[in-house]
Design a protein around this ligand. Structure first.
Ligand code: NDP
Length: 323
């Protein structure tokens, strides 16, 4: 079968299409014919060797995908052949077929396409945990969403609005801000607006923002501290700038700020939090209040371009590759 193979870590053009053997499902596993793979910033970092965990080569990237169950390994009874499922975790999805643990697959709502299913788990579970589990957001409260037109950003704007929150959305272009407005953002601001700190503080009633979903990092992290209200919560979810940030704990003390890290991979081990997130998201999906924003879609051979477009900040919504 055709698959993307990475032999050495580096920029997106290290990815190559190769012929590799079709994977066989072991006990408790299923083989899925891959329809769509959601590409996350984490995939780009993993190929570059800059992710939170070590990337072992050679490997086939692709951690979030949807497809049709094609064969069952021994002892599998919770899914049937022909069913559409979504999967999260591991690697290997940038291929015609991928193998997953049957216990870990997510049934796909009937109103979702394969691409929407592949665009859902990472962004919406992360958004929920940022806004609610760790962010403790309340209806009527203001939240600042950075990179608001991206995959996580669009999910965060939609979900915050569905939860009754007021949203300030930041992004790098007017076109991206328009998407955030279309999804319900109350206030939008260019990421490079020279008066952004004051404008954000003013938008949230003059006292700063009680909740910030921080994904850019680097020197922008200090700005997030400046934009936060007293007793504000800053949830550190990403570091898209790939630059270091510096934190003086005494600054948190002076303004009673809380900085909390969020990594979905480790939070998924918290079963109670995962079940609570799924229970909260299910009715919002069923009612259409949240709809995954599928961004540009690429063929398998165009995977390097898809990854480069994310790095170059050219994309909105979730980038999808259809092998
Ligand atoms: P996106 O689709 O949002 O793409 C990344 C966006 O980051 C770009 O579109 C761009 O938006 C913004 N950005 C800001 N500065 C830079 C920069 N220097 N280089 C490139 N992009 C930049 O990707 P994801 O939704 O996958 O991820 C968004 C962020 O959230 C990432 O930092 C990612 O690592 C993090 N994340 C973390 C998770 C976790 O578990 N902790 C889970 C999911 C995502 P703009 O042009 O508007 O600035």
């Amino acid at each position: 079968m055709k698959a993307i193979v990475v032999e050495r870590l580096g920029p997106p053009n290290v990815m190559e299409v190769r012929e590799i053997p079709v994977p066989q499902p072991g006990e408790g596993e299923i083989r899925i014919q891959v329809e769509a793979v959601g590409i996350n910033f984490a995939d780009v970092l993993a190929v570059a060797g800059q992710y939170l965990t070590r990337t072992r080569v050679p490997y086939t990237p692709g951690m979030e995908f949807a497809g049709i169950v094609e064969s069952l390994g021994e002892g599998v009874s919770n899914v049937r052949v022909g069913q559409r499922v979504a999967c999260l975790g591991g690697t290997g999805a940038l291929a015609k077929y991928a193998v997953a643990r049957a216990a870990a697959v997510i049934p796909v709502p009937e109103n979702f396409t394969g691409a929407q299913a592949a665009a859902f788990p990472v962004s919406y579970f992360t958004a929920y945990h940022g806004l609610k589990t760790l962010g403790r957001g309340q209806p009527g409260e203001w939240v600042l969403v950075q990179a608001a037109a991206g995959a996580l950003g669009t999910a965060s704007v939609q979900l915050a609005k569905a939860m009754g929150m007021n949203v300030i959305a930041m992004a790098s272009t007017e076109e991206k801000l328009q998407l955030a407005r279309d999804l319900g953002a109350d206030v939008t601001l260019l990421q490079d607006d020279p008066d952004r700190v004051q404008k954000v503080r003013d938008a949230a009633g003059g006292k700063g923002v009680p909740l910030i979903l921080e994904v850019v990092g680097g020197p922008r992290f200090q700005e997030s501290l400046d934009m936060a209200a007293g007793q504000g919560r800053i949830i550190v979810i990403g570091n898209a700038s790939r630059e270091d940030a510096h934190l003086r704990p005494v600054e948190l003390m002076k303004r009673n700020l809380t900085v909390t890290g969020l990594w979905l991979t480790s939070l998924m081990n918290d079963r109670a939090a995962t079940v609570a997130a799924a229970q909260a998201l299910t009715p919002l999906v069923a009612s259409g209040q949240v709809t995954p924003q599928v961004g540009p879609t690429y063929a398998l051979a165009d995977s390097p371009r898809a990854f480069q477009d994310i790095l170059d900040r050219k994309t909105t919504g979730k980038v999808v590759i259809e092998p």
